[in-house]
Design a protein around this ligand. Structure first.
Ligand SMILES: [Zn+2]
Length: 238
């Protein structure tokens, strides 16, 4: 079982403790995105073959051109084999959409150049992000992490070849989630904790962590089984 989006570097514990607890819960791989270039605690992360390290710049930093250039230089100078570009994207909570678009497009082209998938963070601006990907002459493989948009919008991204990754936050709107689960094929559906954020309701600890993933998947699976009788009769692949 893979935690497809987990900020191991931001969880308040040692990487080895977090990984140990997660492995006991059945997690075999961890995709660790960057939000300001490479993740923090890079030396420690590299000690674990189960950890897939990414590089990316979050839309919050879109206005800091100096920082962006500096982090791109670090990426280009690095010999580290990264797993994906991300997380990057558009977020209505931050100002300057034009700069966010510029930064997102830049990372789309880095992903293509490096032949890596891209992990996309979207809070609002779904249509705009869709247009940017659609208009791109070539598209990298892309994953929409912690999807919070509508089923209709997800359908459009699926047509472009995207994958949808769900975290516990999707459970807060069961009706919307059921609609989504009805249209996303198994081979385009991923799961993540987005730890230390997106703590599920059933967790009493202070922070979310990858060991919670099986329970999150189980809760989503139950909803899916409920969603239609037809699906309940099918044997589920996950
Ligand atoms: Zn994230």
């Amino acid at each position: 079982m893979i935690d497809n989006h987990v900020h191991l570097d931001l969880i308040n514990d040692s990487i080895s403790n977090i990984v140990d607890r997660a492995k006991k819960a059945g997690i075999t791989q961890f995709v660790v995105p960057g939000i300001c270039g490479f993740p923090q605690k890079l030396d420690e992360l590299q000690k674990f073959s189960e950890i897939k390290i990414c590089w990316g710049i979050y839309p919050k930093y879109a206005e800091d051109e100096e920082l962006i250039e500096k982090e791109i230089k670090k990426l280009k100078a690095s010999s580290l084999e990264i797993y994906a570009i991300g997380e990057c994207g558009l977020d209505k909570r931050f100002p300057n959409l034009e700069k966010q678009i510029h930064l997102f497009k830049k990372q789309l082209s880095i992903a293509l150049e490096m032949n890596k998938p891209i992990i996309i963070h979207l809070v609002g601006h779904w249509q705009k992000a869709y247009e940017l990907i659609k208009e791109a002459p070539e598209k990298p493989d892309f994953i929409l992490h912690s999807w919070s948009g509508s089923a209709q919008m997800a359908k459009e991204f699926l047509k472009l070849g995207g994958k949808i990754s769900l975290s516990a936050s999707a459970l807060s709107n069961p009706k919307k989630l059921k609609e989504l689960l009805d249209i996303v094929p198994n081979d385009r559906l991923l799961f993540e904790t987005d730890s230390p954020d997106q703590k599920p309701d059933f967790v009493s600890t202070e922070q979310n962590e990858p060991a919670n993933l099986p329970r999150i998947i189980e809760a989503i699976r139950e909803l899916r089984i409920e969603s239609t009788e037809r699906r309940a009769k099918q044997s589920l692949a996950w």
